[in-house]
Design a protein around this ligand. Structure first.
Ligand code: AGP
Length: 607
């Protein structure tokens, strides 16, 4: 997950322009960066670990010569942050430099193939295969454009790239597949950027590069072709009217809303996780005598949902536990046979790391699931997985929650396979449906957002909400409550719906709002009764239902619909989307800033 930027200037030095462009995205918090330029003297590359300005003060990025340069800021996904893993990556002869955003799924096979032909690799990234593939095509006598096109044909995954070549110092070749890439057109330069804000202060004229299009940029022109049949694409620049503030958020009013909408893409990334890591973690889970799922806040809610997934499909009993309670509750019983799966967006949460450290000292096996490669959690874990959600800026975790769920669902399914616990037919069906998660989430966002906004308008004056769910939806209820609580300061309460008679029912008076999470799973019939019971006490019910659930739609006061016919273990991924939107629109309706919740930080790293 990264930013790429490049420019071809008519005159002057491109490197400082690229440096300034990369700096415009730096607030997101990248871990390494670099630039490459080309001129008559050849290719020049400088890169390192840290923030772009630190790298500049160590390596004088702005001194790179030439009017053509590309640059990169990195959020590590394959290979921890290091000088070698920083971009740009080059070929064996140091003639070609590539910056890359995205994931090359088949890089391991390509790397092995290239190594067998004596290519030497310096990094642990998936990206480095690209300059080597281009190098081979150039050696066959192709020019840079064709050599890049042929290399792209070998790549699987989603990615945007920009390529410069010492022997053709008049152009940058760039391409995107299921990623984002925009050209900026000015009278004295042409830019390319993964994120429009990088060039926005320089020009407001932009050309969007669509899926599977390859663009070649020169100082005064650009050519675009469809990669498949090489048909030319004629596109005129369009005017971008975003103010820089909004542009950082790609046109969304807040990071929280942007990140809610990032979910189809981030969920697509979780489906591209490397098999070997998922398999390795599955093996450790299978061998464990006991498994603790340890986390805080939203990540804990993902663990709670995952405990249902592991139990339902892999017949593995796990113990989800809030990291702050772990040592008190389980400290003495942890031993060499215990396995801890620690889940943390940041990989730096104090309580989670303290729990892990305690368990490590008792010789337990530590597995990690974190969004930040190179974080402390990755360093202390025997095996870790990074769900590749990209940086999350909003304090309220959204896209990282669904990515954690998708990753743990995949682990549960692999474990089920390994243990032979469910039939091949069931496994095939779940696998088929898991592949549909990103489009299903896209559809919920497209069809339900306006409806949620209206519901938020209606309920914005409420002082308290009850969130109820049964089974795996108890985790969704907890997470829905947390979203509302942290962005709106509304003292809401999540409960297992089956427990409502043990207290919460007493709260209900005429018009009291109760949010029900109601997927059509084995708890559905009971949830229908729960709704009828609170309605009898006068509650106003907002229900999250599956499309076509007429039973609940007719008894609820308000409802939002999520996709139907998906495996029940995946329901939190879908049901949480309207609840994230609800928290967001409630905050907006109530004049609060959802990106800056009072007294809260993104993750708790001091105690
Ligand atoms: C959730 O919206 C909050 N940002 C917070 O509860 C968070 O989930 C918790 O602090 C855990 O953070 P982590 O996933 O980075 O460990």
């Amino acid at each position: 997950m990264v930013g790429i930027f490049g420019c071809v200037l008519k005159d002057g030095n491109a490197a400082p322009v690229v440096h300034a462009g990369l700096r415009r995205l730096e607030h997101i918090g990248y871990d390494s960066a670099g630039e490459a330029s080309v001129n008559a003297d050849g290719l020049h590359v400088r890169k390192g670990v840290g923030r772009i300005d630190e790298i500049h003060s160590n390596f004088s990025l702005d001194d790179l010569p030439g009017r053509i340069a590309v640059g990169h800021i990195r959020w590590a996904t394959h290979g921890a942050p290091s000088n070698e893993n920083a971009h740009p990556h080059v070929d064996c002869e140091g003639q070609i430099a590539v910056v890359h955003n995205g994931i090359i799924e088949n890089y391991a096979e390509l790397k092995a193939e290239l190594e067998s032909r004596q290519h030497s690799f310096k990094s642990k990234t998936d990206s480095e295969v690209i300059p080597h593939l281009i190098e081979e095509n150039l050696k066959k006598g192709l020019g840079l454009v064709k050599a890049t096109r042929e290399a792209i044909k070998r790549l699987e995954g989603s990615f945007a790239i920009a390529v410069v070549y010492a022997k053709e110092p008049d152009k940058i070749v760039c391409f995107q597949k299921e990623s984002s890439l925009t050209l900026g057109i000015a009278s004295n330069a042409t830019y390319l950027a993964s994120d429009t804000p990088m060039f926005l202060p320089l020009t407001k004229e932009a050309v969007t590069i669509d899926n599977q299009e390859l663009a070649v940029i020169y100082d005064e022109k650009y050519d675009i072709h469809q990669i498949g049949d090489w048909s030319p694409v004629d596109k005129k620049p369009e005017l971008i009217e975003w103010v820089p503030e909004k542009a950082e958020k790609q046109g969304y009013a807040h990071f929280m809303l942007k990140e809610i909408h990032d979910q189809p893409v981030s969920l697509r990334n979780t489906l591209r996780l490397q098999d070997q890591y998922l398999d390795l973690m599955t093996t450790f889970l299978d061998r464990a005598n006991e498994v603790f799922l340890v986390a805080c806040g939203t990540s804990y809610h993902a663990c709670l949902a995952a405990s249902y997934m592991f139990s339902k499909v892999a017949f593995l009993s796990t113990h989800p536990i809030a990291a702050s309670e772990f040592i008190e509750q389980e400290g003495k019983s942890i031993n060499i046979g215990s396995t801890i799966l620690a889940v943390s967006q940041s990989g730096e949460t104090t309580d989670t790391l303290a729990a892990v450290e305690h368990a490590r000292l008792q010789a337990a096996t530590i597995l990690g699931l974190t969004n930040v490669l190179g974080s402390t959690l990755t360093r202390v874990s025997r095996v870790y997985i990074c769900p590749q959600s990209g940086p999350e800026i909003g304090v309220a975790a959204t896209k990282t929650f669904t990515a954690q769920l998708s990753t743990m669902a995949q682990l549960a399914l692999r474990l089920a396979k390994l243990r032979g616990k469910i039939s091949n037919k069931e496994i095939d069906l779940i696998e088929e449906k898991i592949a549909l998660i990103p489009t299903a989430v896209e559809r919920i966002l497209q069809t339900q957002e306006e409806k949620v906004r209206q519901i938020a308008k209606k309920y914005r004056g409420q002082k308290f909400f009850l969130f109820l769910g049964r089974g795996i939806s108890r985790a969704t209820a907890l997470e829905g409550t947390l979203k509302l609580l942290e962005t709106n300061y509304i003292p809401s309460m999540p409960f297992a719906a089956g427990e409502k008679e043990n207290g919460p029912i007493g709260l209900i008076t005429e018009g009291f709002p109760v949010v029900f999470i109601c997927p059509r799973d084995e708890t559905h019939e009971k949830i229908v009764n729960d709704i009828k019971e609170v309605k009898a006490q006068g509650a106003s019910v907002i229900a999250v239902v599956e499309e076509g659930d007429e039973t609940i739609k007719t008894i609820a006061d308000d409802y939002v619909e999520v996709v139907k016919d998906m495996p029940k273990i995946l329901s939190p991924i879908f049901c949480i989307i309207p609840l994230q939107l609800f928290a967001y629109y409630m905050a907006v309706e109530r004049g609060l800033d959802p990106d800056r919740p009072r007294h809260l930080t993104k993750s708790v790293t001091v105690k």
